[in-house]
Design a protein around this ligand. Structure first.
Ligand SMILES: [Cu+2]
Length: 131
């Protein structure tokens, strides 16, 4: 009886550790899906250091284009055409607020907010004071 519960507990720990460690910095996923507003979530709070991945689950081509690409003031990202079933990943984004849209369907709009605090990335229960 004891052995069974020990083995179950060990398997749980191993599964948890491999899942966490294998992923590296976790990607933050945003999906493009019908119906509007197309980008889901529309407002995404991304932890610093996390890559952001947009998954196109619609039947049409879309882009993920930073607003500032229009005024040539500092275009931070422009995916180009992202075909149905494909993804676009953005890594190493500086902390800040980035509104974006789809060049093909300007009604599609979204915003990512990248937090500046790196410690938010780690789930570290040891860090909380206990004494
Ligand atoms: Cu579009």
């Amino acid at each position: 009886m004891r052995w069974t519960s020990t083995i179950v507990a060990l398997c749980g720990i191993i599964l948890f550790r491999t899942t966490v460690l294998a992923e590296g910095p976790r990607s933050y996923h945003i999906t493009m899906e019908q119906p509007a507003p197309y980008y889901s979530p529309v407002l995404a709070n991304v932890p610093s250091g996390s890559p952001v991945q947009w998954d196109n689950k619609t039947a049409t081509v879309h882009t993920i284009t930073h607003d500032d690409c229009l005024n040539q003031k500092g275009c931070m990202f422009d995916s180009g055409a992202v075909a149905p079933g494909e993804s676009f990943t953005l890594s190493h984004i500086k902390p800040g607020t980035y509104p974006y849209f789809c060049r093909l369907h300007p009604i599609m709009r979204g915003t990512i907010i990248v937090k500046g605090n790196k410690s938010e990335l780690r789930s570290n229960p040891k860090g909380s004071p206990t004494s």
